[in-house]
Write a protein that binds this ligand. Structure first.
Ligand SMILES: Nc1ncnc2c1ncn2[C@@H]1O[C@H](COP(=O)(O)OP(=O)(O)OP(=O)(O)O)[C@@H](O)[C@H]1O
Length: 602
């Protein structure tokens, strides 16, 4: 089954950037100022062997290209004059002769062709590894994000706009792969430049220095466009993230807006982001083209100066000057290509930085579910003197104490905002009390295995969400250990069996986006079945029957009471409905954040 990440509460207008609970960007957030830092962090996501193999292939490709370049000068010299001279070509031919290799056009032409062919083959192998690495990086980032997000504390979800995750898992994760790709290309460009420089220095240190000077001049002149591309890419990523978050929120709550004909108003919300994205894209395109376009004039000027200096000042032989010109041109072109590559790295990094910030924030909010003692549930649970305050607010509940005895039905009631849901969240360990404690069979929840405790419970929230999937998958939550018989038993207890039987496709009916193809009451009954299918020891219902007619509600209450009496199921129901108060063994009245009174059945 394909269940999506559960929708979580979010604000309509998402902030463009987020911080952790203390308002700080976490220490693990990427530092874009350090060159190659991002590439190293990306490389850690894939096997080291692959990165090393890629680097080795690139370096060997550089050596092969060096061999072909070194062969070029004597080849031209031999073709022109038939003999070597006192320059670099002459030295090379003398060295070859002293090692028993007779310099000839055939030898150098063979070396040239072999070098070029080897370079092409090795580059192909390197890029094949890069291709695999891109796929590995992208999937590793996605899995890391999913793992981090699913294991974060409850408070984290409340603060995050859900669209941030959709954006991160899609476009931004792909950009992480692209950042790796561009960095690999950039490294290949650097190896090529190094090869050219070695060859140039081999023939003439003066031309070597000239090449470095030209390269530096080109880098300094064009670096501004790299910075512009980096800045605009980051701005674009931020606004796309903000836009996606806002649109996701809007779509989740589109029904009332459509019903009231107010959706058009919200279009203006996207205007600011759309304008900012347009501006950033324009600037980025300009920076990319300017970087490319300015390289040719710089190259032409440098070549003209270089040829003039070589011929008129250094009085180099014309054959050698011709080869040097070729080498200088290729070096400068390679530097220009590397400059463009760096620009692409900076652009792709923006998405990678954004997704890694999302991962870092989720990891910083990691919940440690496991590690404590395995809980038992023989006597029941208890809140003992619990006080709790949300961030930046006063205490929502104060000194709350009551028991949820095993096999009994406890109803929690109180006015809106009294703190009922907050209390249940504390019982489930979703929120930690500021003082006081939750006890399960007398053991503090803080010392128990939270995951095991939660697996003992069935929970139906106030704002329930069904997934765009079949009824079967919605009840089992995709867990294969539950068969159709388990699901039918749960549907029966939840009072959903009759309407499911009437559906043409029964359990295989797809319920639509957030269960939109079912009525509110039908959705509630499916959610109750979902909470019962794994035979929990504690069933928590947060206003779970509010959408039902009194008869259907009474039927469900009867079923749940029968389950409690026959199986020892413990029930905690938040409800204002008389049916739950009448069925309860204990009714806990919350008022102004405290327990006003507890009514117990004689
Ligand atoms: N995530 C949150 N951050 C800050 N304040 C919150 C948060 N959730 C709830 N509150 C506040 O805590 C108080 C109690 O909310 P809670 O949802 O527990 O009330 P309730 O009794 O369940 O209300 P209702 O019957 O309306 O569902 C309210 O004042 C609410 O505004």
């Amino acid at each position: 089954m394909r269940l999506r990440l559960a929708a979580v509460p979010s604000t309509l207008r998402a902030p463009a950037t987020v911080s952790n609970s203390s308002g700080q960007t976490p220490a693990v957030a990427p530092d874009a100022a350090r060159p190659f830092a991002s590439a190293l962090r990306l490389a850690r996501l894939i096997p080291l062997r692959r990165t090393l193999l890629t680097l080795v292939c690139l370096v060997l490709a550089g050596v092969a290209e060096g061999v072909s370049l070194v062969s070029l000068l004597p080849l031209i010299t031999l073709a022109g004059s038939g003999s070597g001279d006192g320059g670099g070509a002459g030295k090379l031919m003398a060295w070859l002769s002293s090692h028993g290799l007779e310099p000839s056009i055939g030898l150098f032409a063979g070396a040239l062709v072999t070098g070029v062919a080897l370079k092409a083959a090795l580059t192909l192998v390197a890029m094949r590894h890069v291709g695999r690495a891109i796929a590995d990086v992208t999937i590793a980032v996605r899995l890391q994000l999913i793992e981090a997000v699913l294991n974060a504390r409850w408070g984290y979800y409340v603060r995050q706009p859900v669209g941030r995750f959709s954006n991160a898992i899609g476009g931004e994760a792909s950009q992480a792969g692209e950042a790796y790709n561009q960095t690999a290309q950039f490294v290949a460009d650097l190896v090529q430049i190094a090869t050219y420089l070695v060859v140039v220095f081999f023939f003439s240190w003066k031309v070597g220095l000239l090449s470095i000077g030209v390269g530096l001049l080109m880098s300094l002149t064009l670096n501004r466009f790299v910075s512009i591309a980096k800045r605009t890419a980051r701005r674009q990523t931020r606004h796309v993230r903000s836009m996606t978050a806002a649109l996701t929120d809007l779509l989740v709550g589109i029904k009332p807006m459509k019903a009231m004909g107010r959706q058009a108003r919200f279009q203006s919300l996207f205007e600011r982001d759309a304008q900012a994205i347009r501006k950033a894209q324009r600037k980025q395109a300009f920076a990319r083209h300017a970087n490319k376009a300015l390289q040719e004039p710089i190259l032409a000027v440098c070549l003209a100066v270089g040829v003039y200096v070589a011929l008129e000042v250094w009085r180099m032989p014309p054959g050698e000057v011709l080869v040097m010109t070729i080498l200088l041109a290729r070096t400068v072109i390679a530097i220009g290509k590397a400059q463009q590559g760096l620009q692409q790295v900076r652009i792709a990094e923006a998405g990678w930085h954004s997704v890694s910030e999302t991962i870092a924030l989720a990891q910083a909010a990691r919940e440690h579910e496991h590690g404590g003692a395995a809980p038992t549930f023989e006597r029941g649970a208890e809140l003992s003197g619990v006080t709790f305050a949300y961030e930046d607010s006063g205490a929502v509940i104060r000194d709350v104490s009551f028991a949820v005895p095993k096999g009994r039905i406890t109803t929690l009631t109180g006015s809106s905002g009294a703190g009922k849901t907050t209390t249940v969240d504390i019982l489930l360990g979703l929120n930690e009390p500021s003082s006081g404690e939750v006890l399960v069979d007398g053991a503090p929840l803080a010392r128990l295995d939270l995951g095991a405790w939660r697996r003992m419970t069935g929970y139906v929230p106030q704002e329930l969400t069904l997934f765009h999937d079949t009824l079967l998958a919605n009840v089992t939550l995709g867990q294969p250990e539950f068969d159709r018989a388990d699901v039918e038993r749960a549907l029966e207890a939840a009072g959903a069996a009759p309407f499911v039987r009437d559906l043409p496709e029964g359990l295989d009916t797809v319920v639509g986006e957030r269960g939109a193809r079912l009525s509110g009451g039908q959705r509630q009954r499916i959610a109750i079945a979902r909470a019962l299918v794994h035979r929990p020891k504690l069933l928590i219902l947060d206003e779970a029957t509010t959408a039902l007619d009194p008869e259907t509600e009474a039927n469900i209450v009867r079923n749940v009471v029968a389950l409690a009496r026959s199986t020892g199921l413990t029930v905690l129901a938040i409800s204002h409905q008389p049916a739950w108060a009448e069925a309860a063994d204990h009714v806990v009245h919350l008022a102004h954040g405290g327990v006003a009174r507890i009514d117990s059945r004689a």
